[in-house]
Write a protein that binds this ligand. Structure first.
Ligand code: FES
Length: 64
């Protein structure tokens, strides 16, 4: 599903950025994809996708 219609950015592209590029915020996401660079209507939904994907990541287990 497209999240940013202006730049044809899908939810999958955002999820991949969270998982592969360690993206944790809209500001960091903009380093990899031009989300929100035109009309800006997609920013809120993109933020929700980032947070959703972060919460689905497995917890980091500290090994001493
Ligand atoms: S929908 Fe993303 S900038 Fe317009």
């Amino acid at each position: 599903m497209y999240i940013c219609l202006c730049n044809a950015i899908s939810d999958k592209a955002i999820r991949n950025a969270v998982r592969q590029q360690n993206v944790r915020s809209i500001r960091e996401l903009k380093n990899f994809v031009p989300v929100g660079s035109d009309c800006g209507k997609c920013v809120r939904q993109a933020r929700e996708i980032i947070n959703e994907e972060i919460s689905s990541l497995p917890p980091i287990i500290n090994v001493a």
